[in-house]
Design a binder for this molecule. Structure first.
Ligand SMILES: Cc1cc2nc3c(=O)[nH]c(=O)nc-3n(C[C@H](O)[C@H](O)[C@H](O)COP(=O)(O)OP(=O)(O)OC[C@H]3O[C@@H](n4cnc5c(N)ncnc54)[C@H](O)[C@@H]3O)c2cc1C
Length: 409
């Protein structure tokens, strides 16, 4: 007997797990989600939500709500930090015939999570269990059982399927023996958040990328608690200093001052250090276990594609799982989910995020001249700029995924 009467279990209440719960819950499926934190987290990670992702969040006005609590950013810029030259500017308005959303929305991921959670709380068929850590996963052909440690001790739960949306260190992926090949960058990435107004003081737009030999910076604005908002700067940190030195007041001032000299010290309201990897799971599906989001793929944040990829996984997976569970669609649809999304993770997100980093950090003067010259030329030609934007907005990769179909029977 199969377990299709049991709920879909979801490991992880980050934005990807919550979105899976919402999309499945909207289709009437029973869902039980577990997150080990006592409550939703508010760490300053993803913010940039691309047009292709906004297209998937239109249901129930979610994308509109994200724009309301976040910032709408139609343009982004590339700067050469040593010369101070604005090298290239791209305007999503060029995509006005390609998408309903010719802009990105800068919405901190905890706000997106909260908007989804508010919707989930109204769904009687969805249970969200904070303070519950999944400690064991036992899949079989007919069902999936997990053990979760919660306030009342360890309890077993049976599910029809299990979605592992439990982040880069996913216990679901590990316990199912799914390899996570790739590499870890030797440098860490530091995020320094400041109220300093880079637009008013320096003329930078809400998403600005800076090239510098051997270094780089992403500088972008988030709405935070409302106007005037905050700016996040992301820098690489070569592991020469101790973490204490890197994170000290003197350490963070010297890092931000070396890039953006200012006569006054910067007010730093958050400082966070991240180890960053480029890895993709060997499969996103093993029997009744499915992986999505960082549990399935991780990449550096330049270009802001990690969570976007995770949201695209969630939408793709929820659609197919609902077809299998509610409409008797063939089980191979779940293999198709893995093929479609894994292909995009490898061919697009990994490739693009690594290329983005190399372009900004190039040391060789000839390579720098070529990289920046290419950006300048693309931006100056509307047809090439549109093609460039179709990639950065992830519309091209969504189209590529849709072209991967079930093999003929
Ligand atoms: C500095 C930085 C900037 C970034 N900027 C962007 C950006 O602009 N755009 C973008 O698209 N992406 C960006 N990213 C990437 C983005 O933050 C991640 O891709 C995103 O958080 C993935 O979401 P997730 O829900 O898959 O995983 P997570 O957010 O990691 O959530 C996983 C959840 O599972 C829980 N969990 C883990 N183990 C268990 C367990 N055993 N039992 C129960 N619960 C468990 C965790 O506590 C967590 O709540 C950035 C990342 C960094 C570091």
């Amino acid at each position: 007997m199969t377990s299709d009467g049991d709920p879909v279990l979801i490991a992880g209440g980050g934005p990807v797990g919550l979105l899976c719960a919402w999309l499945l819950g909207r289709r009437g499926l029973r869902v039980r989600l577990f997150d080990n934190n006592a409550e939703p987290q508010a760490d300053p990670r993803a913010a940039t939500t691309h047009p292709a992702t906004l297209e998937l969040l239109a249901e129930d006005g979610l994308a509109a709500d994200m724009a309301r609590v976040g910032l709408v950013a139609p343009i982004f810029q590339f700067w050469d930090r040593p010369s101070g030259e604005l090298v290239a500017q791209f305007d999503h308005a060029l995509l006005k015939d390609d998408t309903r959303y010719p802009y990105v929305v800068q919405c901190e991921q905890f706000k997106t999570a909260k908007l989804i959670l508010d919707r989930l709380r109204k769904m009687p068929n969805v249970e969200v269990l904070y303070g519950h850590e999944i400690i064991d996963v036992s899949p079989s052909d007919e069902s999936v059982a997990i053990d979760a440690r919660g306030p009342g001790g360890i309890k077993s739960h049976a599910g029809s399927y299990l979605i592992g949306a439990d982040g880069g260190r996913s216990i679901v992926r590990k316990q199912c023996g799914i390899a996570f090949d790739g590499f870890t960058w030797p440098e860490q990435f530091i995020v320094l958040t400041t109220p300093y107004d880079f637009e008013a003081e320096r003329g930078y737009c809400y998403r600005s990328y800076f090239a510098d030999p051997g270094a780089w910076c992403n500088c972008f604005k988030v709405s935070a608690d409302g106007p005037p908002g905050l700016w996040r700067t992301v820098f690489p940190v070569i592991p020469e200093q101790t973490e204490t030195d890197i994170m000290s007041d003197a350490g963070v001032q010297s890092r931000i001052q070396s890039f953006f000299p200012s006569p006054r010290p910067y007010e730093i309201v958050h400082r966070n250090l991240y180890v960053t990897h480029q890895r993709v799971a060997e499969t996103f599906r093993k029997g009744r276990v499915l992986l999505a989001g960082d549990a399935a793929h991780v990449n550096n944040p330049i270009g802001g594609m990690g969570l976007n990829g995770g949201i695209q996984d969630a939408a793709n997976l929820a659609d197919k799982l609902a077809q299998v569970m509610l409409e008797g669609a063939p089980d191979e649809l779940l293999d198709l989910y893995s093929r479609q999304r894994r292909t995009i993770a490898i061919e697009f997100v990994q490739e693009q995020s690594i290329a983005n980093k190399k372009r900004l950090e190039a040391r060789d003067p000839e390579a720098r001249r070529r990289n920046l010259g290419e950006l300048r030329d693309i931006a100056a030609d509307p047809a090439r700029a549109r093609q460039f934007l179709l990639r950065t907005s992830m519309l091209a990769s969504q189209k590529r995924a849709a072209a991967i179909t079930l093999a003929p029977a």
